[in-house]
Ligand binder design. Structure first.
Ligand code: NAP
Ligand code: COA
Length: 269
């Protein structure tokens, strides 16, 4: 029988820090690492949600500790990373996936509404990576930004997310260059629509919208959180030791189908 032991996907003793790791796709990634022996640090705003995630991760075999921090608050993020470093040592894998979204046309969102999403998804992503650098294992760390198809395709009613995630992918590429000499790899995973997640609940709140969204995906179905986690395992394993600055869709082809299709599913027209 194949086990994680002695395979490229054995993360025993490795320290994995997940920003925005208390639910959904990011928690599934944390869980996949925990099941393969990693020690997990989880950070998000809600202390209650963080504690729930930590209980789940410990139940699946991983040592875990949670921190309450808003990625918009640089000092809070840096404090969480410093405490995590003290507890579990240098960070081997950093996953940065905190995000916010709502559906609105550009004229239906205030400047503050637009800025709120950019602050979380883009500036928050910068804060996490900038603050983490001092605590990353050098050489050897794998940094993964969680992007979205909106980074690639202009999507109706998603001006804020499109702008923020496109910026995030460019940050991935720039830091891959800047941090390459430290032996740190920086990549983006671009999940497509993933079933039973808050992201999809917001974009497709009715059964009709869900069906239209599934139809817009070339593989004809939603992805699973486990399928996104699998890519995080590969990117953080020796199998990807020469991969950096890559923006990798895990989306059933949805980014090829065009944002207009996804946008039509979201808006119904
Ligand atoms: P989710 O369950 O709502 O996860 C978002 C996470 O971010 C939560 O843990 C949330 O916890 C945290 N968070 C939100 N704002 C934060 C802030 N200001 N500071 C710190 N943490 C914050 O959503 P999801 O659908 O799984 O999405 C996860 C990631 O995948 C996001 O980056 C999203 O853009 C990306 N994505 C999702 C899909 C999809 O189909 N769902 C598709 C493409 C990309 P708190 O509320 O406790 O802060
Ligand atoms: N349409 C238009 N504007 C909206 C909106 C909507 N549906 N929802 C929020 N906004 C605006 C608010 O009106 C406010 O602007 P204003 O003060 O000028 O009116 C601004 O966005 C900030 O809202 P607020 O609720 O104060 O922000 P927050 O920091 O508490 O929450 C959100 C951030 C809005 C992104 C919130 O939905 C959130 O926390 N999301 C996290 C979970 C999530 O989105 N998961 C999916 C990830 S893909």
């Amino acid at each position: 029988m194949t086990t994680a032991q002695n395979t490229p996907f054995d993360f025993s003793g490795r320290h994995v820090f997940v920003a925005g790791g208390s639910s959904g796709i990011n928690l599934a990634i944390a869980d996949a690492f925990a099941r393969r022996g990693a020690r997990l640090s989880i950070a998000s705003r809600s202390a209650e949600r963080v504690e729930g995630a930590v209980r789940q991760l410990r139940g699946h075999g991983g040592d875990a500790k949670g921190y309450s921090a808003d990625v918009r608050d640089y000092d809070a993020v840096e404090g969480a990373l410093a405490q995590a470093h003290e507890r579990f040592g240098p960070v081997d894998v950093l996953v940065s996936g905190a995000a916010g979204n709502f559906v609105a046309p550009a004229l239906g969102m205030s400047s503050k509404g637009f800025r709120t999403v950019v602050d979380i998804d883009l500036i928050g992503g910068f804060n996490v990576l900038r603050a983490a650098h001092a605590f990353l294992r050098r050489p050897g760390a794998s940094v993964i930004n969680i992007s979205a198809p909106q980074a690639i395709n202009p999507t109706l009613y998603q001006a804020h997310v499109c702008a923020a995630k496109a910026g995030l992918d460019m940050l991935t590429r720039v830091l891959a260059i800047e941090w390459g000499s430290d032996g740190i790899r920086v990549n983006s995973i671009v999940p497509g629509p993933i079933g039973d997640t808050e992201g999809v609940r917001r974009l497709a709140p009715s059964p009709e919208a869900l069906a239209a969204m599934a139809q817009s995906i070339p593989l004809g179905r939603f992805g699973t959180t486990a399928e996104v986690a699998d890519m995080a395992m590969v990117l953080s394993s020796p199998m990807a030791s020469f991969v950096t600055g890559a923006v990798i869709p895990v989306d059933g082809g949805s980014s090829l189908a065009g944002g207009r299709n996804l946008g039509a599913a979201v808006t119904g027209h």
